[in-house]
Design a protein around this ligand. Sequence first.
Ligand SMILES: [Zn+2]
Length: 146
Amino acid sequence: MIKYRLGCPSGHEFESWFRASADYDAQVLAGAIECPLCGSIDISKVPMAPSIVTRATVAPPRPDNAIAMQSGDAKAALEALRAIKKTIFESSEDVGTRFAEEARKMHFGEIEERHIRGSSTLEEARELIDEGVPFGILPALPEDLN
Ligand SMILES: [Zn+2]
């Protein structure tokens, strides 16, 4: 679970818990989070620490990142997530299992930066984190697991 400090355009601040950062993104896009004081759904994170620029995306190798569909909200969140994934897939190059290698080369300036996506093992992902290579993880959608 991750706790985020959130805010609306009127400057109200509140805190909310999410299973993962991607859940936050999907729920905000779906308008599922509203300011408890004024009801605005124009919600954004209030920075607590320097934010990391995500330039690369990796799909998780394990199916346990799948999103549970239990309620209408979860369905809406899933739709939002599909839209995010579509955008990422259309604007990035699929480097497949070379993801970790490519992301590392970009981070250390060996090759020019570009948007890439691909897959990595859990071990490779841990190494990237240890080396400070920025990347994002997309939760698997139910249709990815077939
Ligand atoms: Zn508000």
